[in-house]
Write a protein that binds this ligand. Structure first.
Ligand code: URA
Length: 237
């Protein structure tokens, strides 16, 4: 990942970005053994070695927790064999190597957590933990109460029965509707398959919450850092 040198120094906790610029101009910063005084310099966070006052700058140990509002048509992996845009393309100024916590389909939007905290990722994605995930699904047609109850109780998809889910019909349009779905497991394309199974295929899908972490009004394609409270909430789950 490429990042401006002053931003890299700031992320590593050396100084504010402004101060870091001053240090660069003063010749206190070396990249791969060479003094760099050009403020536009970009460095490759995976390859380049950065030194401040001849001491190696290290950002590796800093844990970061990011909440991204993933747009549709972005893939939730670091690399895609078909060269499609990946969620990493939306985090150009994050110098740490972060990884998505679980995944969202290519055509699903909404809340995606990314972190370099492997322990937390393991916990949040392990099936035994039953962390809730809430989605708004726009579906074809308007499901009746009987169909919604099937989703609530559990429905057979791919030869297994889904565990009980919270289901709310939130909006009705003339030809389709929106339902809020909270599930406590996360099988492949689960929400799409559940809706398909009651005869109301998903037209659009957006994740709005993981546990009590909410997407709220974060614009599409933007990210923010989790707050201290949110991080400790996730760790305690
Ligand atoms: N369920 C789905 O079907 N797709 C997602 O992206 C997430 C949950």
């Amino acid at each position: 990942m490429e990042i401006r040198l002053q931003k890299y120094l700031a992320n590593a906790g050396i100084a504010s970005r402004r101060k870091a610029e001053k240090y660069i101009l003063e010749g206190k910063v070396k990249v791969n053994g060479k003094v760099i005084t050009n403020l536009g310099t970009k460095i490759n966070t995976e390859k380049d070695l950065v030194y401040f006052n001849d001491k190696k700058v290290c950002v590796k140990n800093k844990k970061v927790y990011i909440l991204l509002n993933k747009p549709e048509n972005y893939i939730t992996t670091a690399n895609d064999q078909f060269d499609r845009p990946t969620v990493m393309d939306l985090l150009p100024s994050i110098s740490e190597r972060v990884y998505p916590v679980g995944r969202l389909d290519y055509n699903t939007s909404g809340l995606l957590l990314l972190t370099n905290d492997g322990e937390l990722t393991y916990k949040l994605t392990h099936p035994k933990h039953h962390i809730s995930k809430t989605y708004i699904a726009k579906v074809k047609g308007i499901p009746d109460e009987n169909s919604l109850n099937k989703l609530r109780k559990g429905i057979v998809i791919d030869g297994y029965k889904t565990s009980p889910a919270k289901i709310k019909l939130v909006r009705k349009f003339s030809e389709n509707s929106e339902i809020e779905i909270t599930i406590y497991e996360g099988r492949n394309r689960q929400v799409r398959k559940m809706c398909e199974a009651i005869g109301h295929p998903v037209l659009k899908l957006k994740r709005i919450a993981i546990g009590k972490i909410f997407l709220k009004d974060l614009p599409l394609g933007k990210y923010r850092y989790l707050t201290k409270e949110e991080i400790s909430y996730l760790k305690k789950l």
